[in-house]
Design a protein around this ligand. Structure first.
Ligand SMILES: NC(=O)c1ccc[n+]([C@@H]2O[C@H](COP(=O)([O-])OP(=O)(O)OC[C@H]3O[C@@H](n4cnc5c(N)ncnc54)[C@H](O)[C@@H]3O)[C@@H](O)[C@H]2O)c1
Length: 349
């Protein structure tokens, strides 16, 4: 049996815990090291997962010559410097979303990837969900025909993550636009086949987060320091003539128990709704409307699956399961949204 790839995880506070099962179940990889700037969290996770190699900085972990794969789960603003250092040290990198919150940083990561010839993948776990994989396979068979419009949203009524990781701009680079906008926009562009965006009209709002007594059912009282938007919306035009309306929010008087994440794609031959996974089409000859249910591709937990797929790709060869070029498309649109909101008009990309 081939030697297992050795994985080091940087930033083991929150979402990293969803990656651990994937590394543990992977036949291709094993976790051997953790790094975190918070010593208490580092030691707690080390004990929980029986990991003995514990580093106080990501750069110390990267210096370990035995490590083949670096898994970056720090706040957004640290993704690019750590990923670039890891690739320069000859490691393959899987990095939490957003790959980086600004297009320029992602371009630098792509340049480092090109120079190192290592794999760089964005951890867009929704792509690895059984519903998404099944729907993508149907779309790739051409059930929609020419897709000319999309509506995508990820809206929470009282779902602001109140940690500095998300609400201090110096750590996050932005609010829900950057945090959850990347999820639904990445999935939408992937389903649409990555048409090139040519312009964006965007707005952002920070009204509810300022109200006295405001709280989040996802994180308690809203802290005094809050640097980012709470809501963003955009209309995007693509070079294919297709359009997209996008809405994201952490705080909104919207009817949902926790989170309302949906996507509608409309093509000439059919439409889809995700995550209910229905395909809507018409038999004009029989004068019938057809609703088709798409079955799950699998039931594996998607964070675990993305790690296993990455390890398999590193071990067996092949292109990155979520290439950074596709994440650059996502962040270019969201960066355009912010620029448009600031300018108060449409911006060309
Ligand atoms: N895919 C998803 O579903 C999902 C969900 C939540 C968060 N995320 C992403 O994961 C990342 C982390 O979010 P989180 O919720 O785990 O945050 P978190 O604040 O809970 O954990 C981040 C950890 O990184 C550590 N850290 C901070 N700066 C560091 C540095 N420079 N070097 C090493 N360690 C450092 C912190 O001490 C903390 O333990 C973010 O990029 C976020 O967007 C993804």
């Amino acid at each position: 049996m081939a030697k297992k790839l050795k994985v080091g995880v940087i930033g083991v506070g929150g979402i990293a815990r969803a990656h651990f099962p994937g590394w543990m179940e992977s036949p291709d990889a094993e976790m051997i090291a953790f790094a975190d700037i918070d010593r208490a969290i580092l030691e707690e996770r080390g004990k929980q997962q029986d990991i003995k190699l514990l580093y106080d900085t990501g750069y110390d972990l990267i210096a370990n010559k035995d490590i083949d794969i670096v898994d970056i789960c720090t706040p957004n603003m640290f993704h690019a410097p750590l990923a670039i250092a890891a690739m320069q040290a000859g490691k393959h990198v899987i990095c939490e979303k957003p790959l980086a919150p600004a297009p320029g940083e992602i371009r630098k990561m792509i340049a480092a990837r090109n120079k190192s010839k290592k794999l760089l993948m964005t951890a867009q776990h929704f792509r690895f969900d059984g519903k998404s994989e099944a729907m993508k396979a149907m779309i790739d068979q051409g059930v929609l025909g020419n897709i000319y419009h999309a509506r995508s949203w990820m809206l929470r009524r009282s779902g602001a993550p109140t940690k500095p990781t998300f609400i201090w701009k110096e750590k996050s680079g932005g609010g829900p636009c950057i945090d959850i906008g990347v999820h639904i926009l990445d999935l939408t562009l992937w389903f649409m086949g990555h048409p090139k965006a040519v312009s964006v009209t965007g707005v952002t709002q920070d009204k509810l987060c300022k109200l006295k007594g405001q709280f989040s059912t996802w994180g308690g009282p809203i802290p005094k320091r809050w640097d980012v938007e709470e809501f963003a919306a955009a209309m995007v035009r693509f070079d294919t003539g297709a359009t997209l309306v996008l809405e994201v929010s952490w705080l909104l008087h919207h009817k949902t128990d926790s989170e309302d994440m949906q996507m509608w794609l409309y093509g000439v031959d059919g439409g889809i709704h995700w995550p209910s996974n229905e395909i809507l089409s018409t038999n004009y000859k029989a004068q019938q409307l057809i609703n088709q249910q798409v079955l799950l591709a699998h039931t594996t937990e998607p964070h675990a699956k993305e790690c296993m797929v990455f390890a398999k790709t590193v071990a067996g060869g092949g292109k990155s399961p979520v290439p950074p070029e596709e994440s650059l498309d996502v962040i270019t649109i969201l960066d355009g949204l912010y620029k448009s909101a600031k300018a108060g008009k449409e911006v060309r990309l």
